[in-house]
Ligand binder design. Structure first.
Ligand code: NAD
Length: 492
């Protein structure tokens, strides 16, 4: 892998080859920490999608005919190579996305390798074709087989670029499908590097294809392609709606991982110090740009003031700056548009009666002529007093902004937490085990953490309820999604 390759023009990856987009149109790719263009990304069209789907369709028969054990070897190899190139991949992710190198090296890239390694192992033990059988009154035998769905369209967002893309690629190909990926147009770099890794691992051409470009052009062409029976999408709720509509005439399998506005519920009997520490992390990791971040914290009124004081004190210690600086806790936001969106919401919070306890403005990084002066940095921001039904507390901001509000009873905490369109994740803080089980069961969401946050076991179901998504992936849920099951009934 050469440095020059990712400093200049990126290309699509089709049938194992790097190819220019058919129309030869490229877009600027920005480094969020400097605001400068540092590479060019294909602005692919339906013509490129067509070529990629053709390659994936051709590769399908050979790839799906391989045994799970044979496919597993490739996945293990890819995992090893991601780890071998962790330095290069972490630097690229950090430069492309704005996240700190520390986050890329300890979260994004290791978890990308883990995605391949997990499914490499899982298919050895859980995906033998016959999954269930029974005999009806000695006369008929029923059994069920699972087959790959076919060419999968995998569409991913910009916040955890390689991590979320590999969360789709790994199960899709492990289960014998081939795929066409459409990574976010604003963070294409590690997906591009991954293509080199796939070749280095010897993955047969066409099994994974990568088409770079915008959602409305390349993305929607993929969603509407009749030879792509399955779409796994992670991104915003509004885009999820568009994808649902666009794909409906084709009756595709759809998995939608969408937006969130995740509550944390803090009871007065929690382990206070640990709770504050973890919630600072759960609010501001990756600049608050993780779908699982807590952006609404409801604190029991008996510890509310103490909590706000301690929380703000800790947040003020977070260091925002050069993503490559190992001592920084937060890097740059993804784009200038996103920075403006954050500013809009902080202004709105003030209009809604919110008090800014810390942050509330852009962060200045470096001196007047530093290259970071045009970067998209924002201070970690804590807002109190916005009512649970205010727009600040209801709409997804997806940045370094958290709202804190108080409650008195368990019932009130639950109604604040649940009275919202979203239902992705939550965290509950108490030492009372009965209460923990009770509240965890009643918070409307797909994933609830009790006294912890973002602990991931890849066997468990991942996904959201309400406007946060449709379907679950992870473990056997991915097996269900990326395979089509068929019952066969034989007269004995
Ligand atoms: P986005 O919806 O703007 O884009 C996501 C992807 O969809 C990109 O690749 C984009 O190009 C593509 N896309 C856009 N329009 C499309 C269309 N019409 N047809 C096909 N593809 C299209 O989201 P984003 O801004 O990249 O990411 C942020 C959002 O993602 C937030 O809402 C966040 O909560 C959500 N997210 C959810 C999860 C989860 O697991 N639930 C994880 C990460 C991010």
């Amino acid at each position: 892998m050469t440095e020059e390759k990712f400093m200049l023009k990126l290309n699509n990856f089709i049938n194992g080859n790097f190819v220019s987009p058919v129309d030869d149109v490229y877009m600027n790719n920005y480094n969020p920490s400097t605001g400068e263009v540092y590479s060019m990304v294909p602005d692919s069209s339906d013509k490129d999608v067509e070529l990629a789907v053709e390659a994936a369709s051709k590769a399908l028969a050979g790839w799906s005919a391989k045994s799970p054990a044979e496919r597993s070897v490739y996945l293990y190899r890819i995992a090893d190579l991601i780890e071998k190139h962790i330095g290069h991949l972490s630097e690229a992710e950090s430069k492309d996305q704005g996240k700190t190198i520390k986050t890329a090296r300890t979260v994004d890239i290791p978890r990308s390798a883990a995605n391949f390694r997990f499914y490499a192992g899982q298919i050895l033990y859980t995906t033998e074709p016959s999954s269930a059988h029974h005999v009806m009154g000695q006369e008929y035998l029923n059994y069920t087989i699972r087959a790959p769905v076919g060419v999968c369209g995998l569409i991913s967002p910009w916040n955890l670029p390689l991590y979320l893309l590999t969360w789709k690629i790994a199960p899709a190909i492990a289960l014998g499908n081939t795929c066409v990926c459409k990574p976010s147009e604003i963070t294409p770099m590690t997906a591009f590097i991954l293509c080199d890794i796939l070749n280095e691992a010897g993955l047969p051409p066409g099994v994974v294809n990568m088409v770079f470009g915008t959602g409305p052009r390349a993305g929607s062409a993929l969603v509407q392609h009749p030879k792509v029976p399955c779409i796994s999408f992670t991104g915003g709720t509004k885009t999820g709606e568009v994808i649902t509509k666009l794909s409906s005439p084709y009756h595709k399998k759809l998995s939608l991982e969408l937006g969130g506005k995740n509550p944390a519920i803090v009871f007065d009997d929690c382990n206070f110090e640990e709770c504050v520490e973890v919630l600072v992390r759960s609010s501001f990791s990756n600049q608050g740009e993780i779908c699982l971040c807590n952006s609404r914290i409801f604190v029991q009124d008996t510890v509310y003031e103490r909590f706000v004081e301690k929380f703000v004190e800790r947040v003020k210690q977070l260091k925002v700056g050069d993503p490559a600086d190992e001592t920084c806790d937060m890097g740059a936001l993804i784009s200038e548009d996103h920075l403006k969106k954050i500013e809009y919401y902080v202004d709105l919070a003030k209009q809604e009666g919110g008090r800014i306890m810390c942050g509330g403005q852009r962060a200045q990084v470096g001196d007047a002529d530093s290259k970071f002066r045009k970067g998209y940095f924002y201070q970690p921001t804590v807002i109190v007093d916005c009512k649970p039904d205010s727009r600040t507390m209801q709409e997804e901001i997806f940045g370094p902004v958290v709202g804190i509000y108080h409650f008195s009873t368990e019932q009130q905490a639950l109604s604040y937490a649940n009275d919202i369109q979203y239902g992705l994740s939550s965290s509950v803080w108490t030492k009372d085990l009965d209460k923990a089980h009770r509240v965890a069961a009643k918070v409307e969401c797909g994933i609830c953490w009790v006294n912890c946050w973002m602990v991931r076991d890849l066997k468990t179901p991942f996904g959201g309820s309400k406007a946060s998504g449709v379907g679950r992936e992870g473990g056997l849920h991915s097996v269900e999604f990326y395979t089509e099951c068929k019952n066969i009934c034989i007269k004995l």
